[in-house]
Design a protein around this ligand. Structure first.
Ligand SMILES: O=C([O-])C(=O)C[C@H](O)[C@@H](O)C(=O)[O-]
Length: 304
């Protein structure tokens, strides 16, 4: 989408489900751009509000800055303006700023600021880090509160005051008190995105806390189910949501929770299960075992 303003981006992202595509690798773990583009082309028949390239599910943490640039450019070209493309930025402040500037040059419509690497940090330092990245770009920024970069309500409010282009908070924590405090303090100044692993699990309760959309990793391989689930959440159809949680999401979590990092690996297994393989995950992640893949395939078959 050419020339979308941060405010327009925030308004657009809350109109639907958010796609976080996997990143395709060949057997030698190099980026497989034709397969990635084919996946985006297949997903484009489904209605989503935005596409986050090389996010967590897209193994952005395992890509070099040059690879991220290639993935983002491929997404911008393949999506061709149908929905906004959001590019990732991570690492230390200087690295994240370089990625923000590369994202803008690549034609991305927004930025997903992921937690910096390794070190823990206090609220003051996090506010300065996020503000420095926001200042470095004209793009609308979504800050991902998770892991070593969890923002409290006071910090979110300060960030929103200081940075006009900070337009979305993606929550990867699921702390009810903190979300309540944040929405009470900041209200609709920001768009709130649910970003916990397998975000469907939390979608209905988070809706009450102001979180009107979420990033769906399972959209990669069961797009119709993911969109139907989202519609049930918006309609607050509790019976349907719990039926689908019991039939698919909770058994899926049982496989996902067997090994750390499977929240991403299981998505690559899912696309393999439906005959649209995206290749292996890169270390430090590991792929599901054959047995786990068989169980996942049976679960997906059960949706037909
Ligand atoms: O950056 C990412 O890919 C995430 O962590 C979001 C995921 O899509 C998560 O919400 C999920 O697993 O549904």
């Amino acid at each position: 989408m050419t020339g979308v303003t941060p405010t327009e981006l925030a308004a657009q992202l809350k109109t639907g489900l958010l796609s976080f595509p996997v990143t395709h690798f060949r057997a030698d773990l190099s980026f497989d751009e034709p397969a990635y583009r084919e996946h985006l082309s297949w997903l484009s028949q489904y209605d989503v509000a935005g596409l986050f390239a090389a996010g967590g599910t897209g193994e952005g943490f395992s890509l070099t800055p040059e690879e991220i640039d290639t993935v983002v450019r491929a997404a911008v070209s393949e999506v061709a303006g149908r929905v906004p493309v959001i590019a990732p930025a991570t690492g230390g402040t200087a690295t994240a700023i370089a990625q923000a500037q590369a994202a803008e040059a690549a034609g991305a419509d927004g930025l997903l600021l992921l937690p910096p690497y390794l070190t823990e940090a206090g609220q003051r330092g996090l506010v300065e880090h996020v503000s420095a990245v926001c200042r470095s770009t004209n793009l609308g920024v979504t800050v991902y509160s998770r892991a070593n970069a969890i923002l409290n309500d006071v910090s979110v409010a300060e960030l929103a005051d200081r940075n006009d282009n900070l337009v979305c908070l993606k929550d990867g924590v699921g702390n009810i008190e903190m979300m309540t405090r944040t929405y009470a303090r900041v209200g609709d100044r920001l768009t709130y995105i649910g970003g916990l692993p397998t975000a469907e699990t939390f979608a209905l309760p988070l809706l009450q806390l102001g979180v009107s959309t979420y990033s769906s990793a399972i959209f990669n391989f069961v797009p119709e189910f993911a969109l139907g689930f989202y519609a049930d959440v918006l309609a607050q159809d509790r019976d349907e949501v719990y039926r689908k949680l019991n039939d698919f999401v909770i058994p899926y979590l049982d496989i996902r929770d067997r090994t750390k990092g499977y929240a991403v690996s299981i998505v690559k297994a899912g696309v393999k299960a439906i005959g649209r393989p995206a290749g292996p995950v890169r270390p430090p992640l590991q792929d599901l075992s054959e047995d786990e893949l068989t169980q996942l395939t049976a679960l997906i078959e059960g949706l037909k």
